[in-house]
Design a protein around this ligand. Sequence first.
Ligand SMILES: C[S@@+](CC[C@H](N)C(=O)[O-])C[C@H]1O[C@@H](n2cnc3c(N)ncnc32)[C@H](O)[C@@H]1O
Length: 216
Amino acid sequence: MRVSSELPRTTTAIPGAGGPGSPLKTVHEMVAPELCGPVLDAGCGEGRLASVLAGRITWVGLDCSFTQLAANPFRPLVSGDMTSLPFRDVSFAEVTHLWCLYHLERPVAALTEAKRVLRPGGHYFACTAARDNDPEIMPEGYPPTSFDAEEAVSVVASVFEDVDAELWDGKYFPLSTHDEVRAYCRHNYIPSERAEQAEAPLWLTKHGVLVCARGP
Ligand SMILES: C[S@@+](CC[C@H](N)C(=O)[O-])C[C@H]1O[C@@H](n2cnc3c(N)ncnc32)[C@H](O)[C@@H]1O
């Protein structure tokens, strides 16, 4: 499976896989065909996975942010903490943690909960960017988080036994003008001087990982 990345550590979705000239795909678009439902989309945000699923399967979204929940048009939505899920054991065929575990001090707590609510043989998905993402504008790398691509597999493997990973590494994300570079930096809390130093047009190199695991 080839996977795209997203703008690093933000609530927005994004980029594409395949490099310059190839069709863009998000992680949501890559994961959606793998799902049979019911799926728990933990840290669902504004509902990007649900928008790709388009009602094809049973989806349940959970998030702790009222702002994100208010912006999410899909149902059912549950207000809750992914480290203490308000669901019975073995309730879901799949659990996803897309672009969210790096918000937690202890991602293992959320992984343990995901495993608890997964049905036997169910599937788990998580994704994240690497510290050396976007080297064209962040040559020194991003500050470490609790769930960077560099350690994501071992963190997931500390909870799940059957773990697989798809890494991505390529010039996947085009920024055509300086205004686009500036907007990208603003959106990702990257110091504005980086935008001025960058040469446009450019293709950002995206480094990240989609980790997949099978439930007990
Ligand atoms: C970067 S957004 C990703 C949203 C969505 N998964 C996506 O791929 O577009 C991260 C989301 O995780 C949520 N989140 C962070 N910590 C959480 C927690 N402990 N429990 C539930 N949601 C959490 C945030 O509110 C936010 O909506």
